[in-house]
Write a protein that binds this ligand. Structure first.
Ligand SMILES: Cc1cc2nc3c(=O)[nH]c(=O)nc-3n(C[C@H](O)[C@H](O)[C@H](O)COP(=O)(O)OP(=O)(O)OC[C@H]3O[C@@H](n4cnc5c(N)ncnc54)[C@H](O)[C@@H]3O)c2cc1C
Ligand code: FES
Ligand code: FES
Length: 1058
């Protein structure tokens, strides 16, 4: 067969061809889009599948079903080789300035749903994917001008997209505005209808459900052509000097052949389906990529008599769909005429659980097989493996010499040894139907006709209920139960209890607990005994974080599962975020008709007054360029096309917190011809100085000299022809440190106090004492003699990381495009560093992808200049103008789940003094955004540093900012207009940062919930307790008592004996 020379796909309607000799097989779609096309709408945020900034839409022809499939994908993980023959649409492709913007873009603007805009194109594409999906498969009636999805489905469509600015409520409104069951009255402040006006759907930018062409003709043609099956190419890796090979086999046989070759050559191949594992295991550099995503045998979903066969390359999304379809078909008739009863509780449970795995744009490409292999090979904390173990699934694999083996999940996880030639073929999911069966209960008159019921529940406790949060512990519990006349109880005839992710090599079954409980009436005492046995199974390996918490949550899961079988126990009510298997877990009932009153995740009311005195100032005006931000046309620094011969820099960072630098080795880094230079402090011009920041707290150096003073301090800058090469070269630099001479680093506040090591606070920032402190204390009625409060640090977590483009100009001038929010500091610092006059440095900052003060220290206009705001107003701020004089209050109601420690924010009401708001839409967005950032600070964002001073929580896997499912379910904000303030611009006040502190109301509410729980559980008589920030799930559960269930059961056993 002739080999293809080009990779062909459609990009925003245009056929695009890429010369295969130019592609490194590890090139991602995102990197191709950003580096080689004009489309910059897909952004690089995390690069690990965890933020959604890079989401694009993919259309692909399925040669088996002869249909074009469409879904959203993360372009930062999808490999370019995988999209041959597909059609890709970015946000610019949905609409743009020239052709007109899409309804999604227009509604983003109208609902004030974009602030910095860096996240916006990504979630527009997630929403678009959900709209397309609903068109193709929507279960509900069509309502003219609206989508077939429900409000709840609309919100869930963007569950995995992070936004650090808006607080999500307005984004949710955009999504809901498309939903067929939306009540327009529920939508928040917008420009389409006035406050107090009856909302008119015709005023919303028109949504044409037929929408965009998916280029299905192109996809079909290119797949039916002979081009696709022969896409093999190789590329010489410059660093290693080795070939990197991409193979796309056209049959199972070809895959096995390719695997055999790899084994013979002692190469570990990467079998590529979604390539999402690259977001987790970033340092693996495969030499051979085998694309197995298009092989029919690996794509099957086949219903057999007693099980469903699922090909290993089937995606998680497709499996969910298949399980739901199986449930939806009444009396499903198999090929052989046999009838499967409807509503399989197990399928329903699995599907609901899988919907909480990763996020939509990951599930759309992530395969079942890839997940299980990761669980087995890399001990990944998989939900899928735990569930499959719980339901007694089996897998078929092909090992060396083409031997097929059918293994139970247990055998696969426990006993099998996978070599690089192993191929996972398929997974078999058994039917577990409720059956009206005579089961033996020999207690009364031998056999009796008793209905045998299934009890099936799956669980996951994770830092976030939806959207990219791997479980602390997960479980799948299955019991066949029957009412025993002899024992007067419901009794388990058989049991399977699987637990995973708790710090264990792979999911396990609690077999001794299963055996102990079978055919036994379960009393509180028996359950307690079972729990003690479970604790011997659920033992996290040494070094697992939060290990006591994880064990305690596993106990909670077992307790919850078995409580219906224990007469004395009032069944606990686990909130949605934890219990996922319940068929009423918040999903819209599948009734097909509107309205079937949906349960929305978010709702909110905004109360405010508008001032007309300075029209249009005072009106809720949409953000300038919001549509451009949504369509991805807005240009951020990294979107600026690189000039010819542009060089890229990547820092070499210290891997020690305090040390002398003995030697730096750069030989390996220069292996690639692309690497141009390594810059250290010695390269700073003689007339300049080693200065990297001239900020609040004085100056900071740019590059370490003889010593490093913190983990991650920049030591040098590696310069290469491409960013990837610079980065790889930087990773290859070796550094010898002397860690003895300077002694141990200071890593805590306590250490710093003990060693008298303090930052000097500038005089103007130092708090001024008010009144006589000593006198006040001596006269106080109540004195706190000794108390300690601990607060964590918080990342700004701007989605756009620091980027800069510097262009040297004539006469020692430098033009700098900066993503920093304080151009003045950049200008000053660069001038000092290079030893040139400040006016030789021109800094351009058009927009910043999030800043929050992290990209700024001081602002020029408030401090240095007078600002001419309009023809009528000339205003000279004094120093007091930069002080916040804001007042606000918040009340929050939360629900805390005692079994897992998860918190749901039921409602928050904020009243906030904005003075005379210049633009109430902006102020509202600032208040909501800051509050939600505060929710992260007080609830979810753990800033963890290890004992060597290395930051552990350094990405989306470990640092959890709020997502749409974390924010208050009801989020009401009132803007208070306090009277005229002479010293403020048109009597307005700042709204950007202070509302963050109002999120302490969430912390306070959690504390009260814990107090109530401690009282009720009587687990701890001490009513005073210390609760640090953030109040994460483990902190909460610990304060309620990690042994609360055991204590509760003991109290029941005692009372039943009395
Ligand atoms: C952001 C994010 C969040 C996630 N959250 C969760 C979560 O909450 N719960 C959870 O369970 N999972 C989660 N995952 C894991 C996700 O489900 C897996 O990454 C995915 O299923 C892997 O499938 P893939 O097709 O992308 O595999 P790939 O990345 O293509 O391959 C993964 C590995 O499996 C091997 N492989 C693939 N197919 C086969 C086969 N048929 N035979 C032999 N080897 C094979 C490959 O060689 C490779 O080593 C998350 C992933 C991401 C990126
Ligand atoms: S950049 Fe792809 S998900 Fe974050
Ligand atoms: S608008 Fe979402 S990150 Fe800034």
């Amino acid at each position: 067969m002739e080999l293809a020379k080009k990779l062909v796909f459609v990009l925003n309607g245009q056929k695009t061809q890429v010369d295969l000799s130019q592609i490194h097989p590890a090139t991602t779609l995102l990197s191709y889009l950003r580096c080689h096309t004009q489309y910059k709408g897909a952004k690089l945020g995390c690069g690990e599948g965890g933020c959604g900034a890079c989401v694009v839409h993919l259309s692909k022809y399925n040669t088996d079903t002869k249909e074009t499939e469409e879904f959203s994908i993360s372009s930062c993980l999808t490999l370019l080789g995988s999209i041959d023959g597909c059609s890709i649409t970015t946000s610019e492709g949905l609409g743009n300035c020239r052709d007109g913007h899409h309804a999604i873009h227009k509604r983003v603007s109208g609902f004030h749903a974009s602030q910095c805009g860096y996240c916006t194109p990504g979630w527009c594409m997630s929403l678009y994917g959900a709209l397309r999906q609903a068109e193709a498969k929507g279960k509900h009636d069509h309502r003219q001008g609206f989508s077939k999805f429900s409000v709840l489905e609309a919100e869930k469509a963007i569950a995995g997209n992070l936004c650090r600015c808006t607080g999500y409520r307005p984004i949710a409104d955009v999504c809901k505005s498309f939903a067929g069951d939306v009540d327009l009255e529920d939508l928040g402040l917008n420009t389409f209808w006035k406050k107090n006006e009856v909302p008119d759907p015709n005023k919303l930018p028109e949504y044409n459900s037929i929408g965009l062409s998916t280029n299905s003709k192109f996809c079909r043609k290119s797949c039916e052509d002979s081009i696709r099956p022969t896409l093999n190419f190789s590329y010489k890796d410059e660093f290693s000097g080795e070939e990197r090979v991409w193979i796309r086999p056209s049959s199972l046989d070809d895959i096995l052949g390719a695997l055999e070759k790899a084994v013979k050559e002692n190469v570990e191949p990467k079998l590529v389906v979604g390539n999402t594992s690259a977001g987790i295991y970033k340092n693996i550099e495969p030499k051979v990529f085998i694309d197995i995503s298009n092989i029919s045998e690996l794509q099957v979903i086949r219903r057999h008599d007693s099980e469903i066969e699922v090909g290993a390359a089937v995606t998680i999304s497709k499996l969910i769909e298949a399980l739901e379809d199986t449930n939806a078909i009444a009396d499903d008739v198999l090929d052989n005429g046999k009838v499967i009863p409807t509503r399989n509780l197990v399928f329903e449970g699995i599907a609901n659980h899988l919907k909480k795995v990763a996020s939509g744009y990951i599930r759309n490409t992530a395969s079942i097989g890839g997940n299980i292999i990761m669980a087995k090979k890399f001990s990944f904390d998989s939900d899928v493996a735990t569930i499959l173990l719980g339901i007694n699934a089996s897998v078929k694999i092909i090992i060396s010499e083409r031997t097929e083996s059918l293994l139970t999940m247990e055998e696969f996880l426990d006993k099998t040894c996978l070599d690089s030639g192993t191929l996972l073929l398929s997974v078999y999911i058994p039917y577990w139907n409720e059956i009206r069966n005579p089961v033996e209960d020999s207690g009364i008159n031998g056999n009796s006709d008793i209905c045998e019921n299934l009890l099936f529940k799956t669980y996951r406790a994770a830092p976030r209920p939806l959207g990219n949060a791997v479980s602390y512990v997960n479980a799948a519990c299955l019991a066949q139960i029957y009412p025993s006349r002899r024992q007067g109880n419901l009794v388990a005839k058989s049991l399977r209890l699987a637990f995973g992710a708790f710090g264990v090599r792979h999911a396990i079954r609690a077999t001794s607990v299963e055996e102990f409980l079978v055919d036994r009436a379960i009393s509180p005492a028996i359950l307690l005994e079972a729990i003690e046995m479970l604790k011997l199974h659920v033992i996290p390996v040494e070094g697992t974080r939060k290990s006591a918490y994880r064990q305690s949550v596993a106990v909670g899961f077992l307790f919850d599962f078995l409580s219906p079988l224990v007469k004395e126990v009032v069944p606990p009510r686990i909130i949605d975020s934890v219990q996922v298997n319940n068929s009423q877990n918040g999903n819209t009932p599948n009734c097909g008709k509107w309205p079937c009153k949906p349960k929305s995740i978010t709702a909110g009311k905004q109360t405010m007054e508008f001032h007309h005195e300075y029209n249009p100032v005072g009106q809720p005006s949409p953000k300038v360029a919001a549509e451009l931000q949504a369509s991805g046309e807005a240009v951020f620094v990294d979107d600026i096309p690189s000039p010819d011969n542009c060089l890229y820099g990547a820092f070499v960072y210290s891997k020690k917190a305090l040390a002398l630098i003995k030697k730096v080795g750069v030989k390996d880094a220069f292996q690639s011809p692309s690497v141009v230079s390594y810059i250290t402090f010695t390269d700073i011009p003689k007339q300049g100085r080693n200065i990297g920041l001239d900020g609040f707290f004085g100056e900071d150096i740019l590059l370490a000299e003889e010593t490093v003073e913190c983990f991650g301090q920049p030591i040098g800058l590696m310069v290469a022809d491409t960013w990837h090469d610079a980065k790889r070269a930087a990773d290859k630099v070796t550094i010898d440190y002397d860690c003895e001479t300077l002694g141990p680093p200071i890593l805590s506040v306590e250490d710093a106090v003990a060693k008298n090591s303090f930052y000097q606070v500038p005089g103007w920032m130092a708090p001024k004492p008010i009144g006589d402190l000593a006198k006040g204390m001596s006269e106080a009625d109540i004195r706190i003699e000794s108390a300690e409060v601990r607060m964590g640090s918080q990342y700004y977590f701007y989605l756009e990381t620091q980027t800069v483009l510097a262009i040297p100009d004539e006469d020692e001038c430098m033009t700098v495009y900066s993503a920093c929010q304080s151009p003045d500091i950049i200008q000053k610092t660069i001038a000092k560093c290079l030893g040139i006059p400040i006016h030789n440095v021109r800094v351009i900052t058009r927009r910043v992808g999030g800043g929050f003060g992290g990209k700024a220290c001081r602002s020029v206009p408030a401090q240095l200049q007078s600002v001419d705001l309009s023809a009528q107003t000339y205003w000279v701020p004094d120093s007091s103008a930069s002080q916040y004089l804001n007042y606000g209050a918040a009340a929050t109601e939360v629900e805390v789940d005692l079994l897992s420690g998860a918190t749901t924010i039921i409602q928050t009401d904020i009243i906030y003094d904005c003075g005379r708001s210049l633009n109430p839409a902006v102020d509202l967005g600032q208040i909501e955004g800051a509050f939600v950032q505060g929710v992260g600070f007080f609830m979810t964002e753990e800033h963890v540093v290890d004992k060597n001073g290395k930051l552990v929580s350094d990405g989306t896997w470990t640092y959890k900012v709020p997502t749409i499912d974390t924010i208050p379910q009801k989020f009401n904000v009132e803007l208070l207009n306090s009277p005229l303030h002479q010293a403020r611009i048109l009597s307005s006040k700042a709204s950007g940062e202070p509302p963050l502190l109002l999120a302490s109301s969430v912390h306070c509410a959690i504390r009260e919930a814990i107090r109530a729980a401690r009282k009720e559980l009587a687990t701890n008589n001490n009513k005073h307790f210390r609760m640090d920030s953030p109040a994460t799930m483990d902190v909460i559960k610990s304060l309620c008592g990690l042994d609360s269930i055991e204590l509760y059961l003991k109290s029941l056993s005692i009372s039943s004996k009395q």
